[in-house]
Ligand binder design. Structure first.
Ligand code: ADP
Ligand code: MG
Length: 315
């Protein structure tokens, strides 16, 4: 019923690195291959696909490398690390998808993607997203002084300090039009990885800024800009739950936009995990999207076909 429809698929961290893994190149390629078998089923079914993905563990590891090697090579700023992980992860998906779909000869391409944020976003005044290595208090004070970082004590132990950065709301995808034209032309596109490279507009010019944009919220803006019919979020749980983690926990198989808003306002979806996913789905439907789905990676195809996960519609 949904063949020929356009879908933006937001892949969670587990599509690239499992929590118990170290994050070697081999491990990550193996995970991406598994994810791409699912994506390939979706593409073979006739859906037009745009992929987006997280980059938390990858950008965290790169940040550690920058600091450990800072006396040998200049550490690159967080915003550049974002671009680096888009290339790194995009490569894995391009290769795995090409191999999986070799007979189709469809072009697969990654777009290094900048995402516009507001320099007045309230998060810039109160950054709270921890990134990179842990430090002792003395080291943290030096970094605050020398690099202007905001550091916070995030654990009570000696090495309990960490850099925190803002997590502003995504406003627009700078390369959105480019991605749309590629999809119109039949390409499979990977874009807005890690929530995109955060940029602000200053005196009419783009400028990169150290921040982390939520990948589900950025994926939603991307979905709007490419004219997606469906927004599919694939993560590590089979569906959304009410009273998650409580004895009264129960699965939600379908909900309307109004129900999603009500459950969210009742506190069922915490910030940093299910909260932004449900918010992204709400926004997508409010901005004309037809259907939003939250499901596990393993059931991605079935969920897109309406047979698994949590289906959210305007109702
Ligand atoms: P991803 O890397 O895919 O973005 P997250 O860890 O950010 O994944 O979010 C998925 C997690 O959200 C699940 O593993 C689950 O533990 C958690 N979660 C929180 N609240 C809920 C809820 N109400 N229903 C289902 N999962 C929830
Ligand atoms: Mg996660």
């Amino acid at each position: 019923m949904d063949m020929g429809r356009r879908v933006v698929i937001a892949l969670g961290g587990n599509a690239i690195k499992q929590p118990d893994e170290w994050g070697t190149a081999e491990e990550q390629m193996r995970n991406v291959r598994t994810a791409c078998r699912q994506i390939a089923r979706i593409i073979r079914r006739g859906y037009e696909v745009v992929l987006t993905h997280g980059n938390g563990p990858q950008v965290g590891n790169l940040a550690i490398q920058q600091e450990q090697a800072k006396d040998l090579v200049p550490p690159q700023p967080l915003v550049v690390l974002g671009a680096m992980t888009q290339g790194q992860i995009g490569y894995l998906f391009q290769q795995a998808l090409r191999n999986e779909l070799a007979d189709l000869k469809r072009p697969v391409v990654t777009v290094v993607t900048q995402v516009l944020v507001d320099s007045e976003d309230p998060d810039f005044r109160d950054p709270h997203k921890p990134v990179g290595p842990f430090y002792e208090e003395g080291e943290a004070r030096v970094l605050m002084e020398e690099r202007g970082w905001v550091m916070r004590r995030v654990r009570p132990d000696a090495k309990g300090w960490r850099r925190v950065v803002p997590s502003p709301r995504p406003l627009a995808i700078i390369e959105g039009e480019a991605v749309k034209r590629m999809v119109d032309d039949g390409m499979i596109v990977i874009a807005s990885g890690g929530g995109g490279i955060p940029v602000i507009m200053r005196d009419g010019r783009l400028e990169g800024i150290d921040a982390v944009i939520d990948k589900d919220l950025a994926g939603e803006v991307l979905a709007e800009e490419v004219g997606a019919d469906i927004f599919l979020i694939l993560t590590d749980v089979d569906c959304v739950r009410l009273d998650y983690g409580k004895p009264s926990e129960r699965p939600i198989r379908r909900m309307t936009l109004e129900e999603a808003k009500r459950y969210h306002s009742e506190g069922h979806f915490p910030p940093g995990s299910m909260g932004p996913k449900v918010e992204a789905c709400i926004r997508f439907l409010e901005h004309g999207g037809e259907r939003a789905v939250i499901a596990s990676l393993e059931e991605g195809f079935e969920a897109l076909e309406g047979e698994a996960g949590t289906q959210i519609t305007r109702g």
